[in-house]
Design a protein around this ligand. Sequence first.
Ligand SMILES: [Cu+2]
Length: 192
Amino acid sequence: MDPNGGVMTATKRTAVMMAAAMTAAIAVPISASAAPETAASTSKARVVLAHGGLRDLQPAAAGAFDRARAALLMVQYDGRSLVWLQVNGIDRSMAGRSFGAHLHVGPCVAGDGAAAGPHYNSDTVAGRVPPRIGPDTEIWLDFTVTRAGTGFAITKVPFIALPGNRAIVIHQEPTDPNGVAGLRLACLPVSW
Ligand SMILES: [Cu+2]
């Protein structure tokens, strides 16, 4: 209900949705321990948050992400996922350049890019052969570096990634239509 008695505007609706997402994020630890299970809880959103300094996957050379930090927010609901990635502290000489970033199945291990394994692909998980590769079956979060040395990406996918110790990997190049983005530069661990 709109407290002003009028039709809810698009701006208001967006604000309400964002507030709901933030409330869900805050509510997760509380509802997990306190709230009794109800029928409605089956449609509850799960919120995954990860943040911290990026781990260096190319420690032998100085890189643009050596001082970077990142935050990832993933909201899983109704068989879908909304994912936000914010990267700060990127070398400002990279302004205007775009980098590929994806959710990979394996963990984020400093100095060991291979440990992250392949992209998380919902077709692969479902056993579909061959798997379709694209922004609907994988979580792609390519970003372009701003003059302030930040990057931001948002994506929505029609699946919920299974829990695990996983990695957001940042690559040297933008993602091409085959999902290829070159050298693995840095990663952010994400577990749920
Ligand atoms: Cu990748």
